[in-house]
Design a protein around this ligand. Sequence first.
Ligand code: SF4
Ligand code: SF4
Length: 157
Amino acid sequence: MEQRICGKCTACCKTHAVYELDKPAGNWCAHCNIGQKCRIYKERPKSCQEFKCVWLMGNGGSKLCRPDKVEIVADYRNIPGLGTGIFFFEAVEGALNSEFTKKWTRRNLEIGNRVVHVSLVGNSKLYLPDGEENPDMVFRTESGEEVEIITFVSGKF
Ligand code: SF4
Ligand code: SF4
């Protein structure tokens, strides 16, 4: 597998919450030199040290699809009561509507993965693969926002 590095990408410094810093998801970290680097890199919190997005792990498109370029940070997470899903976090408003996001959402649903779109401003959405029933539950994002649940019908995303 090709070796990938973050380089000048700082997208997850906006999309992801950092509990140690009390930094909420969807807001830039105060220590981020946006599009350059972390100003406290050597002393950055453990959760920052350990985080690897899907792209950094070698998936989610070519080297050109680095999260800051496609404005989406993808991450595998547990969906309470359902199991693992792939989460697409919007780094820039509107990126969830891009062709990139549509393509990778469709591709994941077709292979049976659950997909969550985490929006910066609107409602977040959980897409379930064809044949999977809507769960009898209310699913919430980290910030407590209720997530709309949508069942994917093959070929109709
Ligand atoms: S989004 Fe991925 S590639 Fe970008 S800084 Fe975070 S871990 Fe690195
Ligand atoms: S501490 Fe550094 S790596 Fe962690 S979110 Fe802030 S800028 Fe990013």
